[in-house]
Design a protein around this ligand. Sequence first.
Ligand code: SF4
Length: 545
Amino acid sequence: MITHPKGSAARVLLTSVFGPYARDDEFGSRAINPMELYHNQVTRAQGAFSLRMFHRSWGIMMIQQNISAPSTVLDFPTRDDFARELTKQRYDVVGISSIIVNVGKVREMCRMVRELSPGSAIVIGGHVAAIPGLEHLIDADHIVKGDGISWMRRYLGEDPEAPIRHPEIVSGFGLRAMGLRIPERRGTAAATLIPSVGCPMGCNFCTTSAFFGGKGKFLNFYESGAELFGIMSHLEEKLKVHSFFVMDENFLLYRKRAMELLERMKAEGKSWELFVFSSANAIRKYTMEELVSLGVSWIWMGLESPHSAYAKLENTDTMQLTRELHQHGIRLLGSTIVGLEHHTPENICHEIESAVAYGTDFHQFMLYTPVPGTPLYGEMEQQGRLLDVNLADIHGQDKFNFQHAAISRDDSKKFLDWAFWRDFEINGPSIFRICRTTLEGWKRYKNDPDQRIRERFAREVAALKITYGGILWAMERQLREKNFEISEQIRTLRRDIADEFGWLSRFASKVIGPVMLWTTRREEKRLARGVTYEPKRIIERRNWA
Ligand code: SF4
């Protein structure tokens, strides 16, 4: 492999693609595909109740933390920010990280580098690298598929096998719901923890799994629970957090490591909360007591159709599982693919209804999408079923990019939109659902003999006692005429909370509620006017003399 002549002395710029993002433009931004994970893929139909926040570009943060060269991370720049940074510092290497839809922006950024910083080597990484023939679409020097940390270390003449240093990452920022921007205070957001990347389950449509080796493969940054414990303790101290967003596609699958972590947590009396991704079959490797003791308080779980035959759902009654998890105060984000091979106009509504019937706290819906680099893409290409669709529109929230056996491209969008709408109609705002599950967990565990567990549930329920009383009051009134059934359910929950926590909760409802109702209605009007939100630009420098 080629190494940079300056080695570790090379000046490195690591950047995400430029914004703005939530609008339609010639570089591939799409209003339907904003830079907000939840609002984009999960709560998009929930109007002012949608949970809105941004997440950093963790890949470039990981790379920066693991090289000794002087480096800058530029996250969410505008084109002007990017141009300014290129001309202000003389960078030897410009690394651009992107997902597939933003290939047009990558092309433009490469052009800008050649013009404004002609001495820089251009390195492209992230999922965009999975596009077949990318080298013919953009003017770059290196295209890196898979693990960017070891590649960049090797390129700079550093040890690619050195232990991975974990950056201090706050999981989200710019949180907004019901028209209120939630103030950012140290310790309020979880820390992001990245134990590994990829997933050995190898579902045919999964980009992450394919990008890091496919079926049977994944890349583990930390082998033992003790290593994870050390990193989490460090993050706890530095970021003042008790909760961790564990960015690992299937954290619970690696039981040995998770159980080692639990042992250390018990030994040190750590009362932590873990937000994890996990397949149903991996969750079933644990008892509920183990999950609760480990602090698992939120799971993102695939709930594909029972007729889909994905290995991750094997031998698992997912309906029973979701019920049980809720009973133990574990919040769930179900994820369902719309437009699987066996779906037809006749059966798809029933399949969506089955997904909605899980009653998870959140529900993500995505179209079955052959994304370049996945086994599904290869299959569809071989069968000649790929449609000529702009790469900027292949993100699973628009229309099919392949010829489905029974469902048309236009109808795919209708069914997808209907799934989001139906989930909101039947289950109500996700914020309400979270409150319900949180209260359930509190009631079950408030007197648990294990102090770690009591502490965790007390922490989770703290906001429910006061703030959420007002939020639910506003929600109940806002939905009174639009969805009476859900409004009644919210009222019942609000009364349950008041019964549990007494006069303070009732008083807070009356004080905070009218304010939240006003901000919610104001937000509905803003959204109707087409207001969108963008992440703020972030610059972080490291190892500069
Ligand atoms: S279980 Fe989830 S993360 Fe793993 S391959 Fe399947 S879709 Fe991807």
